[in-house]
Design a protein around this ligand. Structure first.
Ligand code: XMP
Length: 510
């Protein structure tokens, strides 16, 4: 399979570059600049390399550099932003800080006719974010685009198949960004478009049929997208040898336990062992009000329940996990690169004696996981469901978690979600839910005084959940949710809407 290497120099859009390449059905992987040598790049058979952006200036002592050897491999290179400057530097060019200061945001680009800009008009808009620029071209290179403030907005050495763009083709603000990336990946590198999810499913299934033949495999199913897709995919490969333990801690949303059991288990035939452990969890959480303590207890109890269930199954050979690509990408930010290793069930492999771990989705981005899910026949509402935290409603019940508050919260949350779900999918916030506070207030119903809980509605729009804006829901929708909650649920007297963004708040209340 043809593949592109995204060589990471610590920029903020690196995952986006790989996703854009994959969206054209070409496999792309990200590696930190200090974890792969030119020899290894050659040996791995990459058909092209993209140098990413980065926060540094090439002359900074600490800035990430790379061996000049890469220029002699005969593999096409596209440098983006810092990558463009680094390419120029490695090839013998000069870089200086721009006289007019930084160029930032949407900028008019004037492009010339060349292989990289095939189909790109002379005038278009690109997205710039830089302070330095290439002031003297390396030998053998020519300028192929400029902006008002940047004389070398793009350069190339057609013979050496070396290209650099000062702007960011991977962000949507660059009008012809996708076209430029396509010209590089499909045209210049000559990649075949053979990264398709149906092939991924067939190949992965075949691989696991062999690798896991006769083995007993255990997976912790949460009902989230990743573990569900991993379960259905592995089920396709090994059928009943896959045991999915689904711990229902009683902190799931209304009807969720049955929904997961029916959709993944009954309808798709996956072998699910559901453990109804609500009483056990609530008992341990009784009297606990501190958020971190709640999280800790829920996490620990989850492992205990999972472990005791697994023991009942006898010897387990392999632990399967729904790890996805963003969980395993190493960061290229400086020398202190850390591996973000994510385990859906933290700590389990240490506790139990497995031969190995199977992570069928570890090469996929979230949107690819979703596509695999759809192709496997998992219903759209599960595949596109909003994120739900591991500790569940436990961190949406403020103060002590009681049966009463939990029941009220589940009902209110179901109403709010059903009102939002009336919106077209593209109009829905990225995450929306209810929170029950520990505050009671007075209300009036008919002629009688009521005294009940205050519920908060929370809805946010976000790309990455690192920052989030509160959703501007319509007054009509908020009104419908509020009046239904107070009318249909006895025990809730007041509904408020959270208009705090992240930062300074977080998405969850606890
Ligand atoms: P915060 O509250 O940190 O949430 O702004 C950002 C995103 O992460 C989810 N979240 C969690 N997910 N375990 C999880 O699996 C947790 O303990 C947890 N805390 C927050 C949250 O729902 C949001 O999508």
């Amino acid at each position: 399979m043809d593949k592109i290497l995204v060589l990471d120099f610590g920029g903020q859009y690196n995952m986006l570059i790989a996703r854009r390449v994959r969206a054209m059905n070409v496999y792309a992987e990200i590696k930190p600049y200090n974890k792969i040598t030119p020899e290894e790049i050659k040996a791995a058979g990459y058909k092209g390399v993209i140098f990413t952006g980065g926060p540094n200036s090439v002359y900074d002592e600490k800035s990430p550099h790379y061996s000049k050897e890469i220029l002699n491999l005969g593999i096409p290179i596209l440098g983006i932003c810092y990558g463009h400057q680094l390419l120029s530097y490695l090839a013998g060019g000069e870089i200086v800080p721009a006289k007019g200061g930084s160029e930032y945001g949407s900028t008019k680009l004037v492009a010339q006719n060349c292989t990289l800009f095939k189909g790109v008009p002379e005038n278009s808009v690109c997205y710039m974010s830089h302070t330095d620029y290439v002031s003297r071209l390396p030998e053998g290179f020519k300028i192929i685009a400029h902006t008002d403030n940047c004389p070398c907005a793009a350069m190339c050495n057609e013979k050496g198949k070396l290209y650099g763009v000062q702007f960011h083709p991977e962000v949507t603000h660059t009008e012809y960004g996708n076209q430029i990336l396509k010209n590089f990946v499909l045209g210049i590198c000559g990649c075949d478009r053979n990264w398709v999810m149906s092939d991924f499913i067939t190949q992965t299934t075949e691989r696991y049929k062999k690798e896991l033949a006769g083995k007993k495999v255990l997976l912790a199913l949460s009902g989230g997208v990743d573990s569900s897709v991993a379960a259905v995919l592995l089920h396709k490969a090994i059928g009943k040898n896959l045991y999915c333990v689904f711990v229902d801690h009683g902190l799931l949303r209304q009807g969720e336990g049955d929904y997961v059991e029916n959709t993944i288990g009954r309808n798709l035939g996956v072998n699910i062992i559901r453990v109804n452990a609500k009483d056990r969890f609530l008992k341990r959480l009784s009297g606990i009000t501190e958020p971190e303590e709640k999280r800790h207890i829920i996490g620990e109890e989850f492992i205990r329940v999972f472990e005791s269930e697994a023991r009942k199954l006898g010897k387990i050979d392999v632990l399967a996990q729904g790890t996805i690509y963003p969980d395993v990408i190493e960061s290229g930010k400086g020398d202190s690169a850390v591996i973000k290793s994510h385990h859906n069930v933290g700590g389990l492999p240490d506790i139990m004696n497995f031969e190995s771990i199977a992570e069928p989705l570890r090469d996929l981005f979230k949107d690819e996981v979703r596509e695999v899910g759809i192709q496997l026949g998992i219903p759209k509402d599960l595949v596109f469901r909003q994120p739900f935290p591991g500790p569940g409603l436990g961190i949406r019940v403020i103060g002590e978690i009681t049966e009463e508050k939990l029941k009220l919260l589940k009902e209110a949350d179901a109403i709010f979600r059903s009102e939002i779900d009336k919106l077209r999918f593209s109009k829905r916030p990225n995450q929306y839910f209810a929170v029950i506070t520990d505050t009671k207030s007075v209300g009036v119903m008919g002629d009688a005084r009521t005294y009940g809980y205050t519920v908060v509605l929370r809805a946010v729009n976000t790309d990455d959940f690192m920052t989030a804006a509160w959703s501007r829901l319509s007054y009509e929708l908020l009104e419908a949710a509020s009046s239904r909650i107070t009318n249909e649920i006895k025990g809730i007297t007041r509904v408020v809407y959270d208009i705090t963004s992240k930062p300074p708040a977080t998405v969850e209340w606890e």
